[in-house]
Every structure is written in structure tokens, then in C-alpha cells.
Design a protein around this ligand. Structure first.
Ligand SMILES: Nc1nc2c(ncn2[C@@H]2O[C@H](COP(=O)(O)OP(=O)(O)OP(=O)(O)O)[C@@H](O)[C@H]2O)c(=O)[nH]1
Length: 412
């Protein structure tokens, strides 16, 4: 179930209030709570039953014309995005120093979309772990506070060696912010070590240094860091760089998923099989077993119930495969054919396939309550290539079909 988050919106213009309400409601996570003056916002904030995830506030309200609403919201420790008609350097600095997340000039409808983007980012950040590697406890605390302002989960390390150990122990860490001058392993060496390990290819890395060495930023980036910041930096720049680099990485992952995942079944696709499957095969050979699974008489399902139900059935089978083979590589090979690759023993794979076939035989799938069986061909013998393994499993699958379907034929 989606946890819904209340967003306090304080704005005296009915039109702006309406636009923000409309935009926030586009995201089912958000519940906008609208106020048109300081007094109303104050009473909402003082109500202990109301818990706000963030606030969007207009700097000039009829009953608080000098930005008092910002102090009020921040005193309740609520992340605050400010809307303003105009901005100058001293106002910008004063807002940022108070700790507002961002300030947005109300000059076009795009500015309102930007406000929503900031709030959505904040929500996403709650699930993102960032490791800060920095030997100075003061600097570490400063960076931690900046990151927590944006709702990131922060983990700390006092030197490069500790950072490496924490990254190895926790594969959920998405970003590393690392100083250069640290004991044991410095930042530059840490980046080099990480980038030589394929496990850390997707880790976003931002280097930091107080040194006046101009070559250091280039060295960091050449070693594989995504970005570099020289200390002292202003927190506006820090936040922009953190968010930009994270979004670039997320975009890359989305593109990769689009290229490798079958949109209907959510299993990896055939293209990924010949890529990742090949790698898996080489790494685990000769202890690799492969099974080809093909739904029986699937054409009849399409002919009887229509293609929409056919699609729903494929989607449901995809979920069943994911649940039944949790620790193996599972792919949609094409049409109603699937492929499983595992480095488990022949007996274990046979057991998993038997349970899956039994489940398929007895479970009604989709709203149309369709019963479907599947035929399976297995290759367990040591072979020299993934292609050979697929060819043998396919021949066994053909045999399973010939013998009357709904059975497993193995070469073991
Ligand atoms: N709805 C739907 N149907 C698909 C999809 N991909 C392939 N099919 C259908 O799957 C059916 C496969 O038919 P056949 O190759 O004759 O195989 P079968 O009917 O399962 O028969 P056997 O494999 O011999 O048991 C065809 O009707 C394809 O149109 C898809 O993505 N969605």
C-alpha cells in the first residue's frame, strides 16, 4: 500500500493554490493541505495530528509579508520550498542559510512543475543511501546535514578503507561522497579501486577536496568519479550536483531496463539472456543447468479468450516464474517460451520445475480463470556454450511436446 504524504501549501493567490493542488494530486502519494494565510497555516502546524512531509510556501502573505512563514515551517522541522515573485542575492542567501530546500520564482507554469519535482525528489530520496567518506568529523557532519535536509539516508566512514568495507557490506548504497585526503586509503585511490570492480559500476561518486590542486578534479574524474566539488562549496551547488548526478544515473538505469526487460512479463528479455546469460554461463561452467519452458496450446487461449487475456496470462506466468525460481536467472525467450539458467544441481532444478509444473496445472490465472500447463526441456550435461545448452534443452522441449505436453524431459 502507498503511504500518502501530506504537503502543506501556503499561498494567498487562489489561482496558484489551485494549480499546485492540481499538480500535487497528479501523484497519488501526495495529499495537498491548502492554506491561504499565515494564521491558517499556523493552526494546521500546531495541530499535532497533522504530520507534514514538506511545505510549499509563498514568501509574502497578507498577514505575514516578510517571509515569516518560512521560519514557522522550519521551526517545525518540515522541509520547505519557497515561492517568490522575485529574488536577489541577499534574499537568496538568507533563504538558503535558513535551510530552505529551494526557492522558485513564480514566473511561468514551468516553475510550478519544478516545485512538484523537488517534492517528488524528496520522496524518492528517502529510499536512497549515501555514504560520506571524510576524516574530519566537522565536515562529515556538515555534509550529513545537507544530505539529510534532502531526506537521504546517510552512512558515514572516517577513511577510504572503512568506506570500502561499508560499500562491500551494503549493496544498497547508491552514492559515495568522498574527500581526497584521508588516512589509510585516500579518495582518489578509493575511486580507482571501486571502478575496477564491476559491482560498483553504477555507484554515483562525487569527489571533494580542500586542496588548491587544480589537477585533482581531473584525476578524480579520470579515475571514474561522476563529479567533483572543491571545498568550501555553497550548499546550493552541492545539492544541484548531488541531484543532477543521481538523476543522470537513474536515467541510465531506466534506459538499461527498457533495453533488457520484457515489458509484459517483467522478466529479463532474450537480448539480456545472450548478454548476461552468456557471462553467467562462462563464470559457472560446467555447473550450469538450463531449462526451456513453453506454455501448452497457448494459441487456443488467444482464440478462446482473445489477445488481451492472452497477454494477462503471460503477465501472470511471468510473476509465477519470478516467485517459483527466486535465485536463478529467468527470461522471456519469446512468445510463450521462457528460459531458466541456474548453477544449482540437477536434482534441485528438477524439484523446482516439478513444483512449478504442479502449480501451473492447478492454479487458475487471470480474471478469466484460465488453466494452462507447460512443457519443459532441460539441459544438465556439461556443454561448451550457452547456445549448445539452449539447443539441447530445445530438443528436449520438442520431445516433451511430442510425448503429449505437460511434462519435463531432461538429458540427465
Ligand atoms: N496474447 C499474446 N499472444 C502471444 C504473444 N506472443 C506469442 N503469442 C501467441 O502464442 C501462440 C503460440 O502458438 P503456437 O506456436 O502454435 O503454440 P501453442 O498454441 O502454444 O502450441 P504448443 O506450443 O504446440 O503447445 C500464437 O498464437 C501467438 O500469437 C503475446 O505477447 N501475447
Amino acid at each position: 500500500m502507498v503511504t500518502r504524504l501530506k504537503i502543506l501549501v501556503v499561498e494567498d493567490s487562489p489561482v496558484v493554490l489551485k494549480v499546485l493542488n492540481h499538480l500535487l494530486l497528479q501523484n497519488p502519494t501526495f495529499i495537498p493541505v491548502l492554506c491561504d494565510c499565515y494564521k491558517e497555516a499556523e493552526s494546521k502546524l500546531n495541530n499535532l495530528e497533522e504530520v507534514f512531509f514538506a511545505a510549499i510556501v509563498d514568501l509574502n502573505l497578507p498577514d505575514a509579508e516578510n517571509g515569516e512563514i518560512v521560519d514557522l515551517v522550519l521551526s517545525h522541522k518540515i522541509p520547505c520550498v519557497v515561492l517568490t515573485g522575485n529574488i536577489n542575492d541577499s534574499l537568496r542567501l538568507s533563504l538558503l542559510n535558513k535551510g530552505v530546500l529551494d526557492y522558485i520564482i513564480k514566473d511561468s507554469r514551468y516553475s510550478f512543475n519544478h516545485v512538484i519535482k523537488v517534492i517528488e525528489r524528496l520522496n524518492k530520496n528517502q529510499g536512497i543511501k549515501v555514504l560520506v567518506a571524510e576524516d574530519s568529523s566537522t565536515s562529515r557532519l556538515f555534509i550529513k546535514i545537507l544530505l539529510e535536509q534532502y531526506r537521504f539516508k546517510v552512512i558515514e566512514a572516517e577513511n577510504g578503507q572503512e568506506a570500502l568495507a561499508k560499500l562491500e557490506a551494503d549493496s544498497d548504497i547508491s552514492m559515495l561522497i568522498t574527500d581526497h585526503n584521508m588516512p589509510l586509503v585516500n579518495g582518489y585511490d578509493l575511486v580507482r579501486m571501486l571502478r575496477h570492480n564491476s559491482r560498483f559500476q553504477d555507484l554515483v561518486i562525487i569527489g571533494l577536496s580542500a586542496e588548491g590542486d587544480n589537477a585533482l578534479s581531473a584525476k578524480f574524474i579520470k579515475a571514474g568519479a561522476n563529479d567533483f566539488l572543491k571545498k568550501p562549496f555553497y550548499h546550493e551547488e552541492f545539492h544541484c550536483r548531488v541531484i543532477h548526478n543521481l538523476e543522470a544515473q537513474e536515467m541510465l538505469e531506466t534506459i538499461r531496463d527498457l533495453a533488457n526487460i520484457d515489458p509484459l512479463t517483467k522478466l529479463k528479455n532474450r537480448r539480456y539472456l545472450f548478454d548476461e546469460g552468456e557471462r553467467f554461463f562462462r563464470k559457472n561452467s560446467p555447473n550450469v543447468s538450463l531449462a526451456m519452458l513453453d506454455l501448452d496450446n497457448f494459441k487456443r487461449v488467444n482464440d478462446t479468450y482473445g489477445h488481451v487475456v492472452g497477454d494477462q496470462l503471460l503477465e501472470a506466468v511471468g510473476s509465477e516464474i519470478k516467485a517459483s525460481f527466486p535465485d536463478v536467472l529467468a527470461f522471456r525467450f519469446g512468445g510463450e517460451e521462457f528460459c531458466i539458467i541456474a548453477s544449482v544441481g540437477e536434482q534441485e532444478l528438477q524439484g523446482l520445475l516439478n513444483s512449478f509444473s504442479l502449480k501451473m496445472r492447478s492454479k487458475e490465472l487471470t480474471e478469466a480463470k484460465v488453466l494452462i500447463t507447460c512443457s519443459v526441456g532441460v539441459c544438465c550435461r556439461p556443454v561448451t556454450s550457452l547456445e549448445e545448452s539452449i539447443r539441447i534443452a530445445d530438443a528436449n522441449l520438442y520431445e516433451a511436446k511430442r510425448l503429449g505436453r505437460d511434462q519435463i524431459v531432461s538429458d540427465a
